[in-house]
Write a protein that binds this ligand. Structure first.
Ligand code: XLS
Ligand code: CA
Ligand code: CA
Length: 448
């Protein structure tokens, strides 16, 4: 039975009276989709099935706009009780009302977003599980599902030197207790993934750090989480979310290739994949598409945290994604890799501190959902209605020859390569056609 959040006695968003509609590009309504038509079929799947949108709990319902220079600027109507457990219940009701009115199929949370920390691991777990019971009811009523859960292993002062890589074993054990409870919560709610973002897993100074011990401990910790999850019925994907810096000077999960090497080295790549965040990619001096491509090439593209950075700021601004050129390139990689399996597009994005109306929450998500929906349409057009893929294949066609294939198979040593070079004669220059392909993408953005 679906609960009618639109008629609820306790509506937190009374101005939004119906589910945000798709009205198409002719619409001027800020509270309507221009591109995201959830039932539109593209390459055999609906937009809803391709994009698997998710709203994040932390920025959207917990963060009121605080920055290092001042407190939050938004007043949330669900922040209305001095009892943090009661406030957490109201926040949850507001969250499910928002998910339903926006029309997203998924959400994500940290343990501490749902419920405040208790006096001990057992007390914290009890608090979390009491909110999980409420979330389970709300999921059943609304049909909204959990894309992933995670544990906040970076806010509490005990984690100032890291969680699984902390120099103090007692902190590592405390972090493990939190992961155990957060995994229990994720399993109970049918979460399709479980995320590890390395928070403060890194260091500020090599002078006081044994990187060998810390990296090894991180692997042991992840393996213990994997074993616990599998033993307790978690069938989803474990995800690592790379980020190069912030809060630490150096973070161990720097980027997709670093994490891939780490997972393979420790035999974790069967259970763990990557959760790529756009803003983290740019902080690592990569593009979003690069990080997605590196993950896809390794067979480890799991999920996406959709946002963007700011070209003028060198930090994690977590802005809502609006750049269709960027979302197109991202969706080209996602479609090329066969689409999401357990992953999806989670808006790990926050309103600007100056955006203080409750309706801004809707407007921001609508913009992000439209940007990726349009990116999906254009990416599909480029891959299936232009000569883009053929041109890329042609560029590597010499590896399809007998000799090229032998080299690819590892069957051509330096002597044979020498002979080939001698027999082949001078090599012609072949244009890379970068400008032509850049123009092709621009044309597709208009035509598709
Ligand atoms: C922070 C990360 C974080 C993870 C979840 O920069 O993006 O929000 O996604 O812990
Ligand atoms: Ca993130
Ligand atoms: Ca971020």
């Amino acid at each position: 039975m679906m609960v009618d959040v639109f008629q609820g006695t306790r509506a937190y968003f009374p101005e939004v009276k119906s589910k945000i509609p798709f009205e198409g590009i002719e619409s001027d309504s800020p509270l309507a989709f221009k591109f995201y038509d959830e039932n539109k079929v593209i390459a055999g799947k609906t937009m809803k099935e391709h994009l698997r949108y998710s709203v994040c709990y932390w920025h959207t319902f917990c963060g009121a706009g605080a920055d290092p220079f001042g407190p939050g600027t938004r007043q949330y109507p669900w922040d209305d009780s001095a009892d943090p457990m009661v406030a957490a219940e109201h926040r949850m009701d507001a969250a499910f009302e928002f998910f339903t009115k926006l029309g997203v199929p998924y959400y994500c949370f940290h343990d501490r977003d749902l419920a405040p920390e208790g006096k001990s691991p057992v007390d914290s777990e009890n608090r979390l599980m009491s909110l999980v019971a409420r979330a389970k009811e709300r999921q059943k009523e609304t049909g909204v599902k959990l894309l992933w859960g995670t544990a906040n292993l970076f806010s509490h002062p005990r984690y100032m030197n890291g969680a699984s890589t902390n120099p103090d074993f007692n902190v590592v054990a405390h972090a493990a207790s939190q992961v155990k409870s957060a995994l229990d919560a994720t399993i109970e709610l049918g979460g399709e993934n479980y995320v590890f973002w390395g928070g403060r897993e890194g260091y500020a100074s090599l002078l006081n750090t044994r990187t060998d011990i810390e990296l090894d401990n991180m692997a042991k910790f992840l393996a213990a989480a994997r074993d616990y999850g599998r033993a307790n019925g978690f069938k989803g994907t474990f995800l690592i979310e790379p980020k190069p810096m912030e809060p630490m000077k150096h973070q161990y999960d720097f980027d997709a290739q670093t994490v891939t090497g780490f997972l393979r080295h420790h035999g974790l790549d069967k259970d763990f994949k990557l959760n790529i965040e756009a803003n983290h990619a740019t902080l690592a001096s990569h593009t979003f598409a690069h990080e997605l491509q590196m993950s896809a090439d390794a067979g480890l593209l799991g999920s996406i945290d959709a946002n963007r950075g700011n070209p003028q700021n060198g930090w994690d601004t977590d802005q809502f994604p609006t750049d269709i050129y960027d979302t197109t390139k991202a969706m080209m990689v996602v479609l090329g890799a066969g689409g999401f399996k357990t992953g999806g597009l989670n808006f790990d994005a926050k309103l600007r501190r100056e955006s203080t109306d409750l309706e801004d929450m809707f407007i921001a998500h609508i913009g992000g959902m439209d940007a990726f929906a349009r990116g999906l349409e254009v990416a599909d057009y480029i891959l299936n209605n232009t000569d883009y893929s053929a041109r890329k294949a042609e560029r590597y066609s010499t590896f399809m020859t007998e000799a090229g294939q032998a080299f690819r198979d590892g069957n051509m040593g330096l002597e044979l390569l020498f002979e080939h070079a001698e027999g082949h004669g001078p090599v012609a220059t072949t244009s890379g056609k970068q400008e032509l392909l850049e123009n092709l993408i621009n044309q597709a953005l208009i035509k598709a």
